[in-house]
Design a protein around this ligand. Structure first.
Ligand code: AMP
Length: 271
């Protein structure tokens, strides 16, 4: 595995290849990231993983500083997976140039996480736009775990006619139902149990409201979630996952989107 910290050396190297399969991450690698990398390795292009904890997408400095980092362990995992390239840029390498394309931010960026994390998606799209310009990947692998992010990146790529194709990857969960997330390393056993119970509650709820939407009583659901151990619920909303129209009545194709806190740890999921 070749490791790059500088975009020019990276670009020189990848210009020799037929194309790149790109897996962007913020490190703290887990089975979710690994599934994206394994999927990428199945195609004929070389796999490039990036690790960059992007400060511009954190709305609180403290959250950026406390975001779990595990570079040594990450390197081991990536080498074992026989990843071709690892790009670990500095802040200056990413933000020290003016990109050709302007970021397109779809209006859906104002909903869900966009409402509660001011500037978050501006930061995500800004960094993704820069990565796309530096790497010009054939494919970019993104997880459904961050569905809103995935949708907004898709809209940006379409609008700006960028040639990279998104490969959508399913959410990987622990046996207890909890979606893998770098932030889970901050949870203790009891808090993981809470997250697991919340997952199963929402999983069953979805089945029930598919049959009878009148059972979607938001106040009652929020009360139940608090009883299960959620300390604060930022949002709990149903959206059609194709067009991101809000679901208000009987429907088959929707996910429950949630962001909630266990103590001060914010978790998101869509089920
Ligand atoms: P992150 O490092 O959290 O920015 O995530 C990097 C990529 O991994 C994003 O495309 C995420 O959607 C994806 N990802 C994160 N967690 C999971 C998961 N549990 N299953 C599948 N993909 C995931």
């Amino acid at each position: 595995m070749k490791i790059f910290k500088d975009k020019h050396t990276l670009q020189k190297e990848i210009s020799k290849t037929k194309g790149i399969s790109f897996v962007p991450t913020m490190g703290g690698l887990h089975k979710g990231h690994i599934s994206l990398i394994k999927r990428s390795k199945k195609n004929k292009f070389k796999t490039l993983v990036s690790i960059f904890v992007n400060p511009t997408q954190f709305n609180k400095k403290k959250d950026f500083r406390s975001y779990p980092r595990s570079t040594k362990k990450d390197l081991k995992k990536l080498k074992k997976l026989k990843v071709n390239y690892l790009y670990m840029p500095t802040f200056k390498d990413i933000y020290g140039f003016k990109p050709k394309e302007k970021v397109f931010l779809d209006k859906f960026s104002k909903k869900l996480c966009g409402k509660f994390r001011k500037g978050h998606f501006e930061g995500v799209l800004n960094v993704v736009n820069r990565f796309l310009e530096i790497i010009k990947p054939r494919y970019i692998f993104l997880g459904k775990k961050d569905y809103q992010q995935l949708y907004l990146i898709k809209k940006h790529i379409e609008k700006r006619k960028i040639k990279s194709k998104i490969i959508v990857c399913k959410t990987i969960r622990e046996n207890n139902g909890v979606a893998l997330s770098t932030r889970n390393s901050n949870l203790n056993d009891n808090q993981i149990k809470i997250a697991s119970n919340i997952y199963y509650y929402l999983y069953k709820l979805k089945k029930r409201i598919k049959k009878n939407y009148n059972l979607f009583n938001l106040n009652r659901i929020k009360r139940d979630l608090r009883d299960l151990g959620a300390n604060k619920i930022d949002y709990l909303e149903n959206y059609n996952t194709k067009n991101f129209k809000k679901v208000k009545r009987q429907s088959k194709k929707f996910n429950i989107f949630i962001a909630y806190y266990i103590k001060n740890i914010r978790l998101i999921d869509n089920i």
